[in-house]
Design a protein around this ligand. Structure first.
Ligand code: G3I
Length: 314
């Protein structure tokens, strides 16, 4: 079965994946990636990030990002921009720079405006700006500008592309908790002040057997305040070694996530954070964990893949 063909039947959701430049010459991988019957949407996992797009102030380098953009275009796949402002993967001049508040706001404005002007599509404008307890993350942006960098980023993006869907994106907001509630306070506040925010990206880096039970209610709480919702970075990891039991639970868990999005009017699509275990970020970041993706390291569909199919078919 082809996942994006299935999603097209209900004329609502897209199914997509993140990908990276380094693996595009893996022919078995690329054959699946390039199949628009399977993926209707692509996110660059790294190559549109700040370190790669503005390595020096005012010097923009779009080579890597353009490769991903061109691939999506060639295949008729939607593109999601990821991301304008994030505390991680910053070039040195930002991470270790010393800025006055107006200067850093100007830096943010130029960066977001230029990126969104270049890649005109849905965008994660701010990424991971809150802590799990709902307070602001104290990164260079917050420590220098307070929360003002957030309106600045969104306004610059809107000015660069009036049609782009502009998102805040974060992890640990899959269920109803302090962090997701904090976004439900923050975003309407900002919108009241005219800040153009269209949607909330729910990353969804989940753990097998440990899904929040209120994912649907949580998405509905976001759509109830007029936000578009997207599942932007789905993967469901396990403690290795993989067993038949874990793979079966993972299948159920993928189905549960897809069903939840499918059932919520206003959940526009689902992106997996790469589709093959061969290129997953998980083992590199969580020792002893992995096997988080729907395809295995040999590009063979896992039970999780069929869980996604079931989730879409309902
Ligand atoms: O490019 C260098 C390469 O030159 C070097 O040889 C190699 C050795 O470690 O590292 C390469 O850089 C790596 C980079 O990915 C590109 O592959 C970094 O070490 C590695 O830390 C980096 O990881 C990325 C991670 O963000 C950084 O935090 C992952 O690929 C990427 O999937 C991940 O994506 C994030 C989202 O942007 C935001 N949400 C969470 C998600 C998972 O962490």
């Amino acid at each position: 079965p082809f996942l994006n063909l299935i999603t097209k039947q209900n004329d609502k959701l897209y199914f997509g994946t993140a990908t990276n430049n380094v693996q595009l010459n893996d022919t078995a991988y690329a054959a699946i990636l390039d199949d628009s019957r399977m993926f209707g949407q692509i996110t660059a996992a790294n190559s549109m990030k700040w370190f790669d797009t503005e390595p020096e102030r005012g010097h923009f380098t779009f080579q890597d990002g353009d490769v991903i953009r061109d691939l999506a275009k060639r295949n008729g796949q939607l593109l999601r921009g990821h991301n304008c402002v994030w505390h991680n993967q910053l070039p040195d001049w930002v991470a270790n720079g010393s800025f006055t508040k107006p200067d850093l706001l100007d830096v943010v404005k130029t960066h977001c405006g230029t990126l969104v002007g270049h890649y005109r599509d849905s965008w994660d404008i701010v990424n991971e700006v809150l802590n799990d307890d709902g307070t602001f993350r104290e990164d260079i942006f917050f420590n220098t500008t307070g929360s003002e960098y957030i309106p600045t980023a969104f306004h610059a993006a809107r000015a660069a592309d009036p049609h782009a869907k502009l998102y805040a994106n974060d992890f640990n907001i899959e269920g109803i908790n302090a962090k997701s509630e904090a976004y439900r306070n923050l975003i309407p506040q900002l919108r009241k002040q005219g800040v153009p925010i269209d949607g909330i990206g729910i990353q969804s880096h989940l753990i097998v057997g440990q899904l929040p039970t209120d994912m649907k209610e949580n998405m509905e709480a976001f759509t109830a305040i007029g936000l578009e919702v997207a599942i932007t970075e789905l993967d469901i990891r396990m403690t290795l070694p993989e067993t038949e039991e874990l793979l079966e639970q993972q299948k159920k868990d993928y189905a549960t996530v897809i069903e939840a999005c499918n059932a919520v009017k206003g959940c526009v699509g689902i992106t997996v954070w790469d589709f093959s275990d061969k290129y997953s970020w998980v083992p590199g970041s969580f020792a002893g964990q992995g096997a988080a993706c729907p395809w295995d390291e040999n590009m063979k569909e896992k039970p999780a893949f069929f869980g996604i199919v079931e989730g879409f078919l309902g």
